[in-house]
Design a protein. Structure first.
Length: 197
């Protein structure tokens, strides 16, 4: 499996991104210095795509596949793309507060600790649907790991499209998110322009 091993803060700095969106509460004291060059239109589009890929932890080929699927769906391609990325299982685990970062959420899913509608799912890119029930396996609920995670994520806001029961580590997808519900600082129109060339 391909893994992005670039240090998180370094990548955030180069993309001009706040680490909070990744669930990382560290801040970098260094400033990014660009030698007064103007960024081209292509450069801006590429940066938006890299931001989206980095935030959701998706590599180039799967990201292009998401774009192709979003293009075939009804409605605006950019909005469809963001909704698909937001409804990935690893992202939903992060949004419910069962993981500190999206990377940790991905690991939790990989380690077969998540049940979707009572069935074990270990595919981070699994797309959840409205009405799905997501919970952590019974034998994992009492582990020290989840107590520590809930201490950190307890005060985090859960989006309106999700319902969470933190005591029992259980959540329900009330509906699929709309674009207004997604608070990620990505301009998806630039991604659409980049891919439609």
């Amino acid at each position: 499996m391909a893994v992005n091993r670039v240090p998180v803060l370094k990548r955030c700095r180069s993309l001009g991104l706040d680490p909070v969106y990744l669930g990382v509460d560290k801040k970098s004291k260094r400033k990014l210095v660009r030698s007064g060059r103007k960024v081209s239109e292509y450069g801006l589009q590429l940066r938006e795509k890299q931001k989206a890929k980095f935030i959701y932890g998706v590599l180039e080929k799967p990201f292009r596949n998401y774009y192709t699927k979003a293009d075939k769906m009804k409605g605006m391609t950019g909005e469809n793309l963001m909704i698909m990325l937001e409804s990935r299982l690893d992202n939903v685990i992060f949004r419910l507060g069962f993981a500190r970062t999206r990377r940790e959420a991905r690991q939790i899913v990989d380690h077969k600790q998540v049940l979707v509608n009572g069935k074990c799912v270990n595919i981070p890119s699994y797309l959840v649907k409205a009405g799905d029930t997501i919970e952590i396996k019974e034998k994992c609920k009492s582990s020290v790991r989840y107590k520590a995670i809930l201490e950190v994520t307890g005060g985090r806001l859960v989006p309106d499209w999700l319902e969470v029961d933190q005591e029992n580590l259980k959540g329900v997808v009330k509906e699929l998110p709309r674009r207004e519900d997604i608070d990620v600082p990505v301009n998806e129109m630039l991604i659409v322009e980049l891919y439609s060339k």
